[in-house]
Ligand binder design. Sequence first.
Ligand code: ADP
Ligand code: MG
Length: 622
Amino acid sequence: MTTQTTTHEFQAETKRLLDIVIHSLYTERDIFVRELISNASDALEKFRHESLTADDVFDAHLPLEISIDLDEEKRTMTITDTGIGMNRHELEANLGTIAHSGSSSFMSGLAEAAKKDVSLIGQFGVGFYAAFMAAGEVRVQSRSWDGSEGHEWVSDGAGTYSISEVAGLQRGTRIIMALKDDAHDYAKKWKVENIIKQYSSFVPFPIKLAGETVNTVSALWTRSKSEITEQEYTDFYKFIATAHDEPQYRLHFSADAPLAIKALLFVPKENFEIMGFGRVDSGVNLYCQRILIDQHSENVLPEWLRFLKGVMDSEDLPLNISRQSLQDNALLAKLRKVITKRFLKFLDEQAQENPEAYLAFWKTFGIYLKEGITSDYEFQKELGKLVRFESSRSEAGTPIALAAYVERMKEGQEAIYYINGSSRAAIEAGPYVESFTQKNIEILYTLEPIDDFVLSHLAEFDGKKLISADRADLDLSKNETLEEKKEGEHLEDGAKAVLISWLKATLADKVADVIESKRLVSAPAMIVNPDNYMTSSMERIMAASRREKGQEAVTSKKNLEINTTSPLIQRLAALQKSDEAFAAEVAAQIYDNAMIQAGLVVDPLTMVERNYRILGRALGGE
Ligand code: ADP
Ligand code: MG
């Protein structure tokens, strides 16, 4: 005999996962059947696709199907498929390691999720290991479609597995499970039949249980909408997404021109990416005439729609297209555009119909639409309609659409204004909104660090420019009516000129320029950006990322606008004449305060020491 048995250790992450699986709650155990059937189905789909182009396939005569055999006496369950199979190397790579295990945060996220709800594990590409919930020993016999010799993989899940050669296997994979003492029910036909009905009714291949086919094979997306029940849709979603939640939105559509498309797309309820599980993979499968061409395809939709689950089927694609050539297929690029536009239009319709539900969607998945704006120029117009931000006129926590802003813009107002801050309260206490409040102009609050990048990429909406309120050249006077003209006592012109040129000199290493403000109302000063493509919030992010890379976090010099009607600035002008050294301290402190209000970094040590010196003087010290 040439049979050679080798024993291998599971990868550390796999061991940890197995430990969780083996000790998980029994109530959720049923899902192991679903996971194994889903793997069998995947293997059959892969085989069907490969065999379209291959000249010669091993065991070509075998029908494409899944068989489940139960033995109540021996207490075993056996699941057999005639799919693509695995050779020795693939057995080792696929059933000994976890494909996504790259990041340790992924593993700890997964471990947490699995502890709470083990049915989540299918979503993380580790469904096979669920077999150990019910089986004390799992044997996987597999023979690849390449016809190379078959092998058997055996493990009790405790830390090692072994692989040996087995002669005479047919193409595909057979999984033989010796059921644990408390899992004997899984050798009973009624039990298994129920599980298949519940979880696996959409498997596109016959599932034979004790010789009888128990599912009806049909591609849901090709049926007409009126014939499909809500329950079927939800079940289908759970099936293709290996999800346990219900979808938040569903779009089922077909088109004949310019291309024949049938698509069924779902938005999940939960966003695993923001829950800390790392980047999600695309969840849309590409079919051609009901044959799976590319599972979790990267090519059907733009990357920023990777949160969607579902299928897309087009008769126009050549059946024998290889997965490699999908990437630069012109037809697929066209399909991508049509579907993306259709989906974005759908979201807009949903937003009109039920704004509250849309806000729930926006809070969970809005981040992806923002990513779309910054990474994809093609859909900016559509995406602009879908973004939501809080504003000076919105309620806290209830962001508004740009269209709502435009609708109530003042006569003569030409632009849409926004300002970034860490919270509503922080923005409203800061200097940037003062003049907007006074002039009764609405201003958007961008509360997320990336928002200013998003709006600067978007650049305009409905023909109106999007302008950050910390821009140096901001001019609200066009919106000003006569009686709103700024009141209050200004410094007399000569004193003003002296103060400004002195400030420029004393703050020379910090500021680009010092300017008399035309818009501050009561705040003494503020920082504005002379570079129109940069806002303070963008600057802050870029500085942080430079620091992360170990580079020096230099920020460009800003303009300091001073309010010459402010009593503090007026007293500073006087102080400069009587005690220049102390005036310089006050000037530096005003600058630091304005930087902090802009969300920019100051040197805290220097600032605090100076602050104490100033307090000392205020309390009558030297
Ligand atoms: P996933 O299915 O999400 O990739 P699993 O843990 O369920 O994760 O399976 C791991 C891998 O093992 C699969 O990607 C596949 O390559 C391989 N595999 C599992 N079951 C089969 C099978 N019945 N036939 C062929 N390959 C299989
Ligand atoms: Mg799987």
